[in-house]
Design a protein around this ligand. Structure first.
Ligand code: AQP
Length: 353
């Protein structure tokens, strides 16, 4: 029994300034994984239309996310960096997946419920179908592993559901086309065209929370800029935001159990651990018993030491859009070769003439 070739795919949408949550939940993992597997990193510009249809600066935003990829240390020569709309097959496979996925599956997505709000009937069809396009992004490259933040877990489960239903619905045709691989899902043997993707979510800060409210995710769309650290913030701003971050009056505990019920403390310790590649227990062993007035300056120094070189390189790259465009063009061409092959097989399997 063979296996799918290990392949990483992930993406970020150009919907605003990247923040520490995007960095720790996604970018930092993207960089580390380059040493272990082939990676494809995408700026998912078509997804951003679900949040806002008319943009003043979508092209600039797309370049800015690409700059963040490169500034964080992603190698666009060894790996592939491109923007989604360059490879038309993303939309084409998403259509097939729209016909595989069920409306009920989409309606259950918490991101859809959160973003559509109370007026669901008025939400765009694109917002509802977002996870179907996301599944297409990943499965177009038959990717096996997807580094993401914890907020994307449900969408990846849906990606697996879509892959499984496609594999089962078309099992005979996949076999006849000679493009499938025998895998086992649970106890069930399946002749699969699409792999069952594994989310890579682990780490001390899988969901970075708002600096103003430890129960809310740090997010680009939070109206308070003090709730997040943007990758474009200068050192003074980073230090100020950490100084103003909400905390409780108690000292830091020495053990992990002591973080229970202390969302803000847990968040700041998790951020410190993720930025320094340490475990939370290790951070608490050092800072346990100290007040936030001592811990926060240490966290600010650490955050600045990690983020400042990235911010500086992003600025340099933002002044060189020609270079960014060349990277995206080259990546798009290389991604396109893989995508075209997958869609050719999908046409054969589905029976599109
Ligand atoms: N707070 C977070 N903690 C950990 N990971 C996070 N990610 C986002 N927020 C956090 C991860 O970043 C990657 C890219 O996210 P995205 O651009 O696709 O969009 P998003 O999840 O919608 O990001 P935001 O900031 O929350 O945007 P808005 O405010 O527009 O909804 C993903 O891997 C995500 O998990």
């Amino acid at each position: 029994m063979s296996e799918f070739k290990p392949q990483i795919f992930s993406g970020i949408q150009p919907t605003g300034n990247l923040h520490l949550g995007n960095y720790l939940g996604a970018l930092r993992k993207f960089v580390a994984l380059q040493e272990q597997m082939d990676c494809i990193y995408c700026v998912v510009d078509m997804h951003s239309l679900t949040a806002q249809l008319v943009h003043e600066d979508l092209k600039e935003q797309t370049r800015a996310i690409t700059a963040a990829y490169l500034a964080s240390g992603i190698d666009p020569v060894k790996h592939i960096v491109f923007n989604q709309s360059k490879v038309r097959e993303h939309a084409e496979l998403a259509w097939v997946f729209n016909c595989v996925a069920r409306v009920g599956w989409m309606n259950r997505m918490t991101q859809f419920k959160d973003k559509a709000g109370k007026d669901r009937e008025n939400a765009s069809l694109g917002l509802l179908a977002y996870p179907s396009l996301m599944a297409a992004d990943i499965l177009l490259y038959r990717a096996t592993h997807v580094p993401v933040g914890d907020d994307q877990k449900q969408h990846l489960e849906l990606t697996r559901d879509i892959a499984m239903k496609f594999n089962l619905d078309f099992e005979g045709k996949i076999r006849n086309s000679g493009t499938g691989i025998d895998i086992t899902v649970g106890d069930q043997p399946v002749h699969a065209f699409f792999p069952m993707v594994e989310p890579l979510i682990e780490g001390p800060a899988p969901r970075v929370m708002s600096l103003k409210d430890g129960t809310k995710k740090m997010s680009k769309s939070d109206p308070s800029d003090l709730s997040r650290i943007n990758l474009t913030d200068d050192a003074d701003t980073v230090a100020r935001k950490i100084r103003k971050a909400k905390t409780d009056p108690d000292a830091l505990p020495s053990e992990i159990e002591g973080l229970k019920g202390r969302a803000e403390a847990d968040n700041l310790v998790g951020i410190f651990a993720a930025l320094s590649d340490r475990a939370k227990a290790d951070v608490l062993a050092e800072f346990g018993g100290q007040q936030f007035s001592q811990f926060k300056p240490a966290l600010a120094d650490l955050a600045v030491s990690v983020l400042a070189p990235i911010t500086e390189e992003m600025r340099r790259l933002n002044d060189d859009p020609g270079h960014i465009d060349a990277v995206l063009k080259d990546g798009g061409e290389r991604a396109g070769v893989i995508a075209e092959k997958t869609m050719k097989d999908v046409h054969e399997i589905v029976g599109l003439l």
